[in-house]
Design a protein around this ligand. Structure first.
Ligand SMILES: Cc1ncc(C[n+]2csc(CCOP(=O)(O)OP(=O)(O)O)c2C)c(N)n1
Ligand SMILES: [Mg+2]
Length: 796
């Protein structure tokens, strides 16, 4: 294996002089259009001397990374055309948006999607003007950009998205640019390991390109300042075969790039052939490229006497004081003329035909690749009838079941039913079995391309469950998988899903924006199951107790986010079925994995989930006229609420109690705020004005207040929930510590119902005794009181 291909190929010249000239001209055209987007609102073809009137009032965008991206794009175009490759790009330094917009414009995709940006002088003027302009297009490779599945605004997720796109897409090649600054982020650092999960026989290829332009915004990058051999060894250590391309002389660089890309794509083809035709197994060393070029290549070398090209100063807008310094305007004029636009565009402002012909055609153009508009390729998921997996309810609350285990059986069936389509995967950070979803692994296995030992179970190069101890990888792979038109399911411990808070933000933004872009077709929803919940961390304690992901998602747009807390297995089945079939949402399902009582027969469960919240008549005795509403949301809070109801019945037999359970958290919001919101009239029927509600909630209490603050009777809504009290203790003690326990709820009701005021004193006394008894017992016995552990719901 060569040390680097640059030494091997330096003497090769695969490009004919004509093609070399055309590719260089094409690159110049892309650079010209990129600079134009950043600076100009008029005089797009420089037909008259540049004046300040031609320049945008606010200069916004990023030049530094852009010429490198443009260089890559023209070279990708050549290999796509010559080899008929099915290829998409993922741009880590997505702030190089002008470059990708320029290239999709040059290849014609842009004008086909946005006809008002035509292939003429006016079109170019509009192309320039719209960039970073109010109500125009964003500065990054955004959802608006043809061919993109990745914004690249928040750095770190390029490579993981690329791999997600490549899984189960054997004909697809994903060229992924990783910024050298981006490569310092945690998610990117772990993403290199994705190659231990990519099967060359059944998946596509990812070509990582480390864009080593040496700098970030204001600093050098780590990887640019270690010896080159150390960097190559790092890449070898990650299991890649590194190639290096370094230089700044365009003519030399074009030849070398062409030679290296030929070698690299030959390697990819050979790896795939070996795996697919020769049936060789094992983990190949996939090629990757280290591209070492100056930041801001071909831009101003010096500005105000300071070096710019090849430094961090080239990151954003190198000439930014056009109004204050005439010299800057002159330099801009010189810079733009240096690309010789008159050689690139004809009199009408159209890219010259002999240059246009070197771009791929039709669907092979990266801006038109359907994989980057996954909804176009989306096949509906086959979901077997979930009723077949229902728990038979022999008396409410009389049998204990692990709800997520029941879901695991459904997911297994979903996996089997979609085996031929190969478009469904389950992702999890080493917790799929722990979350009781182990059934889904049976018969499909877990994907693993690294070494296996006899002790291993269910690891397989063809496995369809993806397990790796990186929430970032699970999230990013799933996003890439969904964005390219497939389906998936992410299971995670509740407390640790926060690790990807920021990634889900970005996905939510993507979904929100694509809803407003007609050509982007809906994709499958991103489905989360959070289990191993705050209330049942028997092994782990405080570090594992955090229900705050709910609060995090509540900040997102109402038309993107759905949050469900099914109280038992049958409601979980119904919710999961709905989520798996849905489009363009982020669905959060919060459900426990521990043995827990089961409440609703399947038909009731479906009806309950359909309305999202409702009165449990079988647990109520309000006869349409309650004195108190005991509401609950989440499996453990529901159990405690029902236990409180049985205590209240004994202590106050004539008290009219209504029990309300909430599955769909968003139903609490007014309809004006969320499409799932219950109409005010219905809400008032369930929570009658003037009647106190004691609400027992799975997560932080503020959440419920936030959702209901516009509702009537909000002042009479009293919420119990997690208040950051945790440790390794008994399940019931966790409830006690956070005051969501049955004794507390009983006392709350007595305190809030005016008719029971005379009983407050004695109930307070009773409450203290119960808590004392409980504390003593758990301290001495290390377990909950038998009457608590063995408690069962009793019909009236
Ligand atoms: C996670 C994250 N942190 C910080 C930033 C702010 N930021 C934008 S660009 C940039 C430097 C990126 O450097 P590099 O990846 O090398 O890209 P390039 O040099 O190609 O512009 C930074 C720090 C960001 N976009 N995302
Ligand atoms: Mg950089």
């Amino acid at each position: 294996m060569p040390e680097t291909a640059s030494s091997e190929t330096a003497i090769q010249s695969p490009l004919s002089p004509e093609l070399l000239a055309k590719m260089d001209a094409y690159w110049r055209a892309a650079n010209y259009l990129s600079v134009g987007q950043i600076y100009l609102k008029d005089n797009a073809m420089l037909e008259r001397p540049l004046t300040l009137d031609d320049v945008k009032p606010r200069l916004l965008g990023h030049w530094g990374t852009t010429p490198g991206l443009n260089f890559l794009y023209v070279h990708w175009n050549r290999v796509i055309r010559e080899r008929g490759l099915n290829m998409i790009f993922v741009i880590g330094p997505g702030h190089g948006g002008p470059g990708i917009v320029a290239n999709t414009y040059l290849e014609g995709s842009y004008s086909e999607i946005y006809p008002y940006i035509g292939q003429d002088r006016d079109g170019i003027k509009r192309l320039f003007r719209q960039f970073s302009w109010p109500y125009g297009i964003p500065s990054h490779v955004a959802p608006e950009t043809p061919g993109s599945i990745h914004e690249g605004g928040e750095l770190g997720y390029s490579l993981v998205h690329a791999y997600g796109a490549a899984f189960d897409n054997p004909d697809l090649i994903v060229a992924c640019v990783v910024g050298d600054g981006e490569s310092e982020t945690g998610p990117l650092a772990t993403s290199w390991h994705s190659n231990k999960f990519l099967n060359p026989a059944t998946d596509g290829a990812v070509l990582p390109i480390l864009h080593l332009n040496g700098y970030k915004i204001a600093n050098p990058t780590v990887l640019a300042r270690i010896p080159h051999a150390e960097l190559e060894n790092l890449m070898r250590g990650y299991g890649y075969e590194p190639f290096t391309l370094e230089g700044d002389d365009p003519a030399v660089m074009h030849q070398q790039a062409a030679a290296i890309f030929d070698t690299i794509f030959d390697r990819i083809a050979a790896i795939q052939k070996a795996a697919r035709e020769d049936k060789s197994t094992g983990r190949p060393a996939w090629p990757m490229l280290i591209l070492r070029t100056p930041k801001g290549w071909t831009g101003p070398k010096f500005v105000d006497g300071k070096p710019v090209e090849g430094t961090w100063r080239a990151h954003q807008v190198p000439l930014s004081e056009l109004r204050e310094k005439p010299e800057h305007l002159r330099q801009l004029d010189e810079w733009m003329h240096s690309y010789k636009p008159e050689e690139l565009f004809d009199a009408k402002g159209r890219l010259r035909a002999d240059l246009a012909e070197i771009a791929p055609k039709g669907r092979l153009r990266m801006g038109m690749n359907a994989h980057a508009n996954g909804g176009l390729l989306l096949q509906p998921l086959v979901v077997p009838n979930f009723r077949d997996f229902a728990v038979k309810i022999a008396g409410r609350g009389q049998q204990d079941v692990e709800s997520t285990r029941v879901l695991g059986a459904l997911l297994h069936a979903v996996m089997q039913a979609n085996m031929d389509q190969r478009n469904f995967r389950v992702f999890g950070p080493d917790e799929t079995a722990s979350n009781r979803l182990g059934d889904v692994i049976t018969g499909t296995g877990k994907r693993w391309m690294a070494q296996t030992l006899p002790v291993d179970e269910e690891l397989s190069p063809t496995g369809r469950v993806m397990e790796v101890l990186s929430e970032h990888l699970c999230q990013g792979w799933l996003e890439g998988y969904l964005l390219t038109g497939r389906h998936g399911f992410f299971n995670c411990y509740e407390a640790f899903i926060h690790i990807i808070d920021s990634m889900v933000n970005q996905h939510a933004k993507w979904l929100k924006t694509t809803r407003e872009i007609p050509w982007r077709k809906p994709i499958a929803s991103l489905n989360y199951l959070l289990s191993s919940l705050v209330w049942r961390q028997d092994h782990n304690g405080f570090s594992h107790q955090d229900p705050g992901f709910i609060d995090h998602l509540l900040n997102k747009k109402a038309d993107v986010v759905r949050i469900y807390l099914p109280p038992d297995a049958n409601t979980l089945l119904s919710v999961a079925d709905h989520c798996l079939r849905s489009r363009n949402y982020i669905n959060l399902i919060v459900a426990g994995k521990q043995l827990a009582p089961q409440w609703l027969p399947i038909d009731e469960a479906i009806a309950h989930c359909t309305t999202g919240l409702g009165v449990w008549q079988w647990a109520s005795n309000d006869e349409g006229n309650p004195e108190v509403v005991v509401a609950c949301c989440g499996d453990v809070p529901t159990l405690e609420a029902l236990a409180a109801v049985t205590i209240l019945r004994e202590r106050n037999p004539d008290l009219r109690i209504r029990v309300v359970n909430v599955v769909d958290l968003m139903a609490l919001q007014p309809q004006s705020e969320h499409p799932h919101g219950l109409p005010d009239e219905d809400y008032d029927r369930i929570f009658p004005p003037g009647v106190p509600t004691i609400f027992n909630f799975h997560g932080y209490p503020l959440c419920v207040h936030r959702l209901t603050y516009r509702r009537h009777n909000h002042h009479n809504l009293h919420v119990r929930g997690y208040k950051e009290e945790g440790t390794t203790t008994t399940p019931f003690d966790m409830c006690v510590l956070n005051n969501i326990d049955r004794f507390q709820l009983t006392l709350d009701v007595v305190r809030r119902v005016p008719r029971l005021a005379p009983k407050i004193g004695e109930t307070q006394q009773w409450y203290s005794e119960q808590i004392q008894r409980h504390k003593l017992y758990v301290s001495e016995n290390g377990d909950d009181l038998p009457e608590i552990k063995d408690w069962r719901w009793r019909e009236r």
